[in-house]
Every structure is written in structure tokens, then in C-alpha cells.
Design a protein around this ligand. Structure first.
Ligand SMILES: Nc1nc2c(ncn2[C@@H]2O[C@H](COP(=O)(O)OP(=O)(O)OP(=O)(O)O)[C@@H](O)[C@H]2O)c(=O)[nH]1
Ligand SMILES: [Zn+2]
Length: 215
């Protein structure tokens, strides 16, 4: 009989995304990897595979560390001393390494994140950290894009937010339909970024080819 997953608040986790379930032990997670190795048709007790469950579980800790990160905390510190700076802040080409919730295989790409400050600004690295916090969880690209926009909107309360994610899904390139080179683009424009003029300025900045390392 399938184990019944009960919804519990794990004290080790700071964030409780919808449906968070009781967390198995490391030994249980390693045993699950041994099961998958046997399912693939190999022998988990042979020398080359002996330490693999340990490595896979360690890798999972890294891939899914976003569940322990709290975007509210990441965006908590803002700076108001900006000499009245009142235009958009755009971070282009933030690296995105994620895993799709349907196949748990890599999704790789980039995100462009912008916001229109309303008085104060946030440390720019924090925007990249918010992208990572959601990328390091299981979700669809659409969900991740909306989550990033929602977090910035909720915690920074800017005049607007724009998030564009461009990514390839290995579940489409390495298996299934096997269509390589397909990029999926998802976008969320909120507040003033819904205005055509502001959206155009955003795209102009995203597409601007500035020399790297230049002034
Ligand atoms: N919308 C969306 N779909 C995704 C994302 N990641 C993976 N998918 C799709 O999720 C779908 C799952 O479809 P299913 O029919 O349940 O699974 P499947 O049999 O493995 O599908 P195929 O990939 O077509 O072989 C597939 O079409 C995937 O391409 C994502 O981030 N967003
Ligand atoms: Zn997938």
C-alpha cells in the first residue's frame, strides 16, 4: 500500500511551500536512490555505485536548497539614501539552474529581473538570490516566473516589477520529443511595467549590448 503523506510543519525547514510533507531521513533518501539504481537495471552494491546514493543525496541538497531560503528575509534590507533615484533597476542575464517538477531534470537559462523603486532600493545581489531561492525548488517555469515577481512585489512594494525567464528544459531535449535548442520564454509584468512605454524601455535595456567591463 502507498504510504499516506501527511502534511506536517518540519521544524528544520523555515519555509513551508504548499504540500510540504514529512521529511525522510538521509538514510531513507539514500535507500530511495539504491531503489532507482536497481530500477535502472544496475547493482547498487558494485564498487562504482557504492557511494552514489550518498553523492546523489548531497547533490539533491544543493539542487533543492531553495526550500530553506526565505525571500522575505532576502529582501528585508533596503536602502533609502539614493539621491532621489526613481527609475528602473534592471538585472540582465541572471543564471537560472532549476529542475522541472514533472520530470525532475534540469532546466537551464537566464532571467531578467527589473523593478521600479518607490523610494528605496534593495541590494542587487538579493534579486539574484530570490531567483535562486525559487529556482532551487521544484516547479514549472511559469510558476517560478510568477513566484519571483510576487516576492518582489510583496516584500519591496515597488511601483512595478518585470520578470522574464528564458530556459531550455532537458525533459524536452534529452528525452520525450527530443527537440534540442528550444527555448521557453515566460514573463510577468506588474504595475508600471504594464505600460507600453515602460515595457519598451525595459526591453531596450535588456537588449542593450554594452561592452563587458566597460564604464
Ligand atoms: N508548462 C510547462 N510545462 C512543462 C514544464 N516543464 C516540463 N513541462 C511539460 O510537462 C508536460 C508533462 O506532460 P505529461 O504528458 O504528463 O508527461 P510526459 O509523458 O513525460 O510528456 P512528454 O514530455 O511529452 O513525453 C510535458 O509536456 C513537458 O514538456 C514547465 O516548466 N512548464
Ligand atoms: Zn520536465
Amino acid at each position: 500500500m502507498d504510504a499516506v503523506l501527511e502534511r506536517v510543519e518540519d521544524p528544520e525547514l523555515k519555509v513551508f511551500p504548499q504540500g510540504t510533507v514529512s521529511r525522510p531521513s538521509r538514510a531513507e533518501a539514500e535507500a530511495a536512490v539504491r531503489t532507482l539504481i536497481r530500477w535502472a537495471g544496475d547493482n547498487p552494491t558494485r564498487e562504482g555505485l557504492l557511494d552514489t546514493p550518498k553523492r546523489v543525496v548531497k547533490a539533491y541538497e544543493e539542487f533543492f536548497k531553495g526550500y530553506k531560503e526565505d525571500p522575505a528575509e532576502i529582501l528585508a534590507r533596503t536602502f533609502a539614501e539614493v539621491e532621489g533615484y526613481d527609475d528602473m533597476v534592471v538585472l540582465r542575464n541572471i543564471k537560472v539552474e532549476s529542475h522541472c517538477e514533472h520530470h525532475m531534470v534540469p532546466v537551464s537559462g537566464t532571467a531578467h529581473v527589473a523593478y521600479m523603486p518607490d523610494g528605496s532600493v534593495v541590494g542587487i545581489s538579493k534579486l539574484a538570490r530570490v531567483v535562486e531561492a525559487y529556482a532551487n525548488r521544484l516547479q514549472t517555469q511559469e510558476t517560478m516566473t510568477a513566484q519571483i515577481a510576487n516576492a518582489i512585489e510583496k516584500h519591496l512594494k515597488p511601483k512595478g516589477v518585470a520578470v522574464v525567464v528564458d530556459a531550455t528544459h532537458q525533459c524536452m531535449t534529452c528525452r520525450g520529443v527530443k527537440h534540442g535548442d528550444v527555448f521557453t520564454t515566460t514573463r510577468q509584468f506588474r504595475g508600471v511595467f504594464k505600460e507600453e512605454r515602460v515595457e519598451r524601455q525595459f526591453w531596450d535595456l535588456v537588449r542593450a549590448q554594452q561592452p563587458r567591463g566597460g564604464a
